[in-house]
Each structure stands twice: as structure tokens, then as C-alpha cells.
Design a binder for this molecule. Structure first.
Ligand code: PMV
Length: 324
């Protein structure tokens, strides 16, 4: 066969308990378990076409041809799938995001999840969601969680087989909303791969990692009980801990801008007035404000009026990737 193609879509996710730092960089085994919500309104759609006439893999993102190191990272991921599927051909990869890339909205999560599903489907490789999550993890740790919908835990595991994502609760369990305060659409200067690498240089990382199992347990309970205030306390602590590692790594990393702080303070203020809203910040300046549907309109108005806010994206809980 000269060419074979498949198209898949996947959603990003926002971690309430985050991982930062790997125990194995090559296998992307995270230093601690993490727990996220899949975000249904945001999507990466990726088409993979294996083509016998191609000499090397070609990668376009949002219709722009990409060069190394991004193409090399996609190519290395395709190599894992080609190896499993006994596929020799190089591929065209066309990926389109419905949201800004590289600004802490986990485009690598939906990107590597969609790439994994499309590349396996085009190669005729059928894998279950556990095996797909292990594979997606090799491209980006958080992509393992985007292999499932709803509320998802990534088990850190001590080897490749033990490190996979598991669904804790489905898309209908708790209809939380995520309002993402966008204050900067540019690509971040230090990506998470570099950040994971420097995490152990922080004298605080060992304490953050050793308390992670407790945070996971409390977060799981909060989700099971749909206890918003318990969720807010543990998710904000976890986000603050990760940024404390970033600030105190060598070299130090500071992803926040003034609007990040305005948004975090606005969320704290709204919660003190009784609204159900919490903040969590990934490796970027944009702030994810998770809230109850009944408080969404009030929270949205407050966030839209903060200085420096360019946009507020809105999402509910989403499902797993789909082959289109
Ligand atoms: O999947 P990566 O390598 O982009 O790392 C993700 C790191 C955070 O988004 C900051 C935290 C997380 O657990 O999603």
C-alpha cells in the first residue's frame, strides 16, 4: 500500500494534582502521581498519513510547517508506534489546535494523545486505552491522562508497564466548569521538558514529592464526595507547591505575569464571598479557574474585567479521544 491515513481528535486536560519532574526522563516516568479533568471544549485534531514516497516525517501545526526540535519529537514518537506496528513508511502529520499553543493550556497533552490515536489507527494497530496512555506518555507525560475522559489519575509507576492513566469518574460525575484566563498567547520560553529536568535542583522538590500521595488521596475523596471546598484547598496547595519548585529551581522559572496574580486573588476573593471557584496554574501564565456551573456567569464577569485579560476560554468536562 502506497499510503494509509487516519484522523483523530483529543482534548487537553488540567491537572488538579500536578506532576513536575521525572524519575526517568527517557521513559517520561513522572516523579509523582497526578490527577486531572479532561477539557471537552478544547480540541486537537490530527491526521497521520503514512506515505511510501516520503523520505522523512513532515509535521504541520496549525497549517505551519514545523522544523526541529518539534518535528524530531513527533518523529521519535512515531518511531515507537512504527516499531510496534511493523510500519516502515514515513508520515505526514497535520495537527490543528482549537486553542492557543504553548501557553500553559497543555497543548502537548491533547497533541500527543491525538497523534498516538491517529498514528496507531493509520498503522492498523488496535490497543486498549491503558496501552494507548502508556504510549502517549512517551510523547508528553500529561498526554497519558488525555487518553481518558472525565476525572483521570496517572499512576507514576516505577517502570513503563506500571505508568498509565486510569479513569476515576466519568464525564457526568461532577459537571465542573473551567474558565481559562488568557493573558499571554505567546509560546513559553522554557517548555515543560526542560522544567522537569531542572525540578530536582529545587531543595523543595523532595518534600513536594513525598507529600504527593496524600494530596492525591484528598483530591480523590473530594471528587468522590463532590466536596468543592475540599477540592479547592488541595488543588490550590498543589498548584502553589509546583510553582514554588519552579521559583526555586536552578535556573529559576517564573511563568506568572501580573494578570496571573490578579486572577488568583480574584478567585480567592470570590471564594471568601461564598462562590465555588478555585485556581490552578500550569506551566504558563494563564490561570484555570474551576467553578460550579451555577457560579460560572458571576465568575466569568469578574475575570473578564481584570487588567491584562485577553480572553477567557470556557470548558466543561470532556470525553476520551475519538477516531474521526
Ligand atoms: O506533559 P508535560 O511534560 O508537558 O508536563 C506537564 C506538566 C504540568 O502541566 C505543569 C503538570 C501536569 O501534571 O499536567
Amino acid at each position: 500500500m502506497k499510503s494509509s491515513t487516519a484522523k483523530a481528535s483529543a482534548h487537553p486536560n488540567i491537572a488538579l494534582i500536578k506532576y513536575w519532574g521525572n524519575s526517568d526522563d527517557a521513559l517520561r516516568l513522572p516523579a509523582n502521581d497526578s490527577l486531572s479533568i479532561t477539557l471537552g471544549a478544547l480540541t486537537t485534531t490530527t491526521t497521520v498519513t503514512y506515505d511510501a514516497a516520503l523520505k522523512s516525517d513532515q509535521f504541520t501545526l496549525n497549517h505551519v510547517v514545523q522544523t526541529d526540535p518539534d518535528t524530531a519529537r513527533v518523529s521519535a514518537h512515531l518511531d515507537l508506534i512504527r516499531h510496534l506496528a511493523h510500519e516502515q513508511r514515513r508520515a505526514h502529520v497535520e495537527s490543528v489546535n482549537s486553542f492557543p499553543a504553548g501557553a500553559g493550556i497543555a497543548s502537548s497533552a491533547s497533541g500527543f494523545a491525538a497523534l498516538t490515536v491517529a498514528a496507531c489507527a493509520a498503522a492498523g494497530l488496535t490497543l486498549d486505552s491503558t496501552a494507548l496512555s502508556r504510549l502517549a506518555r512517551r510523547g508528553s507525560g500529561s498526554a497519558a491522562r488525555s487518553m481518558l475522559g472525565g476525572f483521570v489519575q496517572l499512576h507514576a509507576g516505577s517502570d513503563d508497564a506500571l505508568c498509565f492513566a486510569e479513569q476515576l469518574a466519568d464525564i457526568h460525575h461532577w459537571p465542573l466548569r473551567d474558565l481559562i484566563v488568557v493573558s499571554d498567547r505567546s509560546h513559553k520560553l522554557t517548555g515543560s521538558t526542560g522544567g522537569h529536568h531542572s525540578a530536582p535542583s529545587s531543595p523543595l522538590q523532595a518534600a513536594r514529592v513525598s507529600d504527593a500521595a496524600r494530596r492525591i488521596r484528598v483530591c480523590r475523596e473530594a471528587i468522590q464526595e463532590r466536596d468543592f471546598h475540599k477540592l479547592a484547598a488541595i488543588a490550590e496547595l498543589d498548584s502553589n507547591l509546583m510553582h514554588a519548585i519552579m521559583f526555586t529551581s536552578t535556573p529559576p522559572l517564573l511563568y506568572w505575569n501580573a494578570t496571573t496574580i490578579h486572577a488568583m486573588q480574584a478567585v480567592t476573593d470570590l471564594r471568601s464571598k461564598g462562590y465555588e471557584v478555585l485556581y490552578t496554574v500550569d506551566a504558563g501564565p494563564n490561570v484555570h479557574c474551576i467553578c460550579s456551573p451555577s457560579d460560572e456567569e458571576t465568575v466569568l464577569k469578574v475575570l473578564q474585567n481584570l487588567p491584562g485579560v485577553k480572553d477567557v476560554l470556557q470548558s466543561g468536562v470532556g470525553g476520551p479521544p475519538r477516531v474521526l
